[in-house]
Design a protein around this ligand. Sequence first.
Ligand code: CA
Length: 199
Amino acid sequence: MTEVSVRQTQLTINHQVDRAFTSSETGWQLVSGGITVATPSSLLLQCCAPVPLRNVALGKPSRSSSEFSSDFLPQRANDGVFTQPSNIFHSLANDTLPFLVIDLGLEYVIEAVALMPRLVTYGTRFEDIEIRTGLTYVLGPDFSTYTLLALFPGPSPNPVTWVTTNLTVPVLGRYITVRRMAAPGEPLEVSELMVYSRT
Ligand SMILES: [Ca+2]
């Protein structure tokens, strides 16, 4: 079969399909049909788009070294409420090594943490606040075997807002600890703690 007859055969086949192609002196040109154009809702984009960060600490089980009263339980630190001044975790005033632990339930690749200090007054209590994570249970208060995620020297911003750390190297963790590392004498107070992961 000569080159001319081959091209003639292709023209005939494409015409019989649905007129998807035309020929020109330079070859074949796609004019309709063929690959599907990707749209924002297409599976093609969904499969390849970055997974957004989400707060994996929200509502997870938590415990603390002490609590000021039943109104200031450790669960207040990850209940999703951070705009009400009374919605905080607050350790006992005479707790010399106050800490808070959140169990994420699973291991997560942690990329960032954000902490909202107590909303009103006592900003100087927010001093040397250390956040760490580890994979195995530790009773506390010594969590030095865990990986350090953030250290906020304080005092809390005025007006109070989130203090955050974006990790340049993500850390695998399950147990999240918050400790006040400054000299004893003040309680640990946390309005909300968020732990961000894509997993
Ligand atoms: Ca809260």
